[in-house]
Design a protein around this ligand. Structure first.
Ligand code: ADP
Ligand code: ADP
Length: 222
C-alpha cells in the first residue's frame, strides 16, 4: 500500500517559486495499477519522482508498505530506491555497449552478479519474449524490444513498486499495446504495484486507479 498524505512540492526558478504539487493525498493498494494523468506541466512527473524516492516533498508524507520515505536519510532513500523500486522510462535508458542480458543485470552490477541472478535475468528475458535476443545490444533491437529489456530490468529486483513514465511514448500504437500486455501480465503474476504516467488514456481499464492532476492538485482519485 502506498499512502500519500498532503504532499507539497515547490521548485525554485530564479526568483520565482513554482508550486508543482499543492497538497496531494491518495492511497494506492498493493498490486494495483494506477495511472497519473493530466495536462503538461500539471505535476505528473513530479509526483512520480517523489514516489520513486528520487526527490523529497517540501511537506506531507509518503509511505510505501509502511516505509516512510519522507523521514529517511539521503543514504537510506538511495538504498530504498535501489532495492525496492523499478523504473521504466519513455526512452528506455539502456546502456548501448551492454547486451540485453547485461542491461537487465545493471541494478546488481555494482554488487556483483551470481549465477542464480544471471539465471533469473535470463528467465525474465524469456518471459518478455526475448529468448533469442539476450546477447544483442540495444541498437540491434527494435524500440519495443528495448522497452521489454527495460521491463525485465525493472522487475529483476522484485520491486514493491514499478514506476513508468510514458512507457509507450516513443512506440507505435501496436507496439504500445504489446508493451502494456506484457507489463500487465507480469504485474498481475507478481502482484507488483504499477504506477504509470501517461497522456494516453486508451490503456486505462475499469479496475485501474486514475489519479487526475491539474495545477498540482488531484481532481479525482477513483
Ligand atoms: P511532460 O509534459 O511530457 O511530462 P516534462 O515533464 O518533461 O514533460 O515537462 C513538463 C513541464 O515541466 C514542461 O513545461 C517543462 O518545461 C517543465 N520542466 C521540466 N523540467 C524542468 C526543469 N528542470 N526546469 C524547469 N522546467 C522544467
Ligand atoms: P508534468 O509531468 O505533468 O508535465 P511536471 O511535474 O514536470 O509536470 O511539472 C510541474 C510544474 O513544475 C511545471 O510548472 C514545471 O514547469 C515545474 N517544474 C518541474 N520540474 C522543475 C524543475 N526541476 N525546476 C523548476 N520547475 C520545475
Amino acid at each position: 500500500m502506498i499512502d500519500v498524505v498532503d504532499v507539497i512540492k515547490t521548485y525554485r526558478r530564479g526568483e520565482q517559486r513554482v508550486e508543482a504539487l499543492r497538497g496531494i493525498s491518495c492511497q494506492i493498494p498493493r498490486g494495483a495499477c494506477a495511472f497519473i494523468v493530466g495536462p503538461s506541466g500539471s505535476g505528473k512527473s513530479t509526483l512520480l519522482y517523489l514516489l520513486g524516492a528520487l526527490d523529497r516533498p517540501a511537506g506531507g508524507s509518503i509511505r510505501i508498505d509502511g516505509a516512510d520515505l519522507t523521514g529517511m536519510s539521503e543514504a537510506d532513500l538511495n538504498a530504498y530506491r535501489r532495492d525496492h523500486i523499478g523504473f521504466i522510462f519513455q526512452s528506455f535508458n539502456l546502456i548501448g555497449n551492454l547486451t540485453a542480458l547485461e542491461n537487465v543485470l545493471i541494478p546488481f552490477l555494482p554488487r556483483g552478479v551470481s549465477a542464480s541472478l544471471r539465471d533469473r535475468a535470463e528467465a525474465l528475458l524469456d518471459e518478455v519474449g526475448l529468448s533469442d535476443r539476450k546477447h544483442h545490444r540495444p541498437r540491434q533491437l527494435s524500440g519495443g524490444e528495448q522497452q521489454r529489456v527495460a521491463i525485465a530490468r525493472a522487475l529483476i529486483k522484485d520491486p514493491v513498486l514499478v514506476l513508468a513514465d510514458e512507457p509507450t511514448g516513443e512506440l507505435d500504437s501496436k507496439t504500445g499495446d504489446e508493451i502494456y500486455r506484457i507489463l500487465r501480465r507480469l504485474q498481475t503474476e507478481r502482484a507488483t504495484t504499477l504506477v504509470v504516467v501517461t497522456h494516453d488514456r486508451r490503456f486505462i481499464r475499469p479496475d485501474d486507479l486514475v489519479l487526475e492532476i491539474q495545477d498540482g492538485q488531484l481532481l479525482t482519485d477513483s
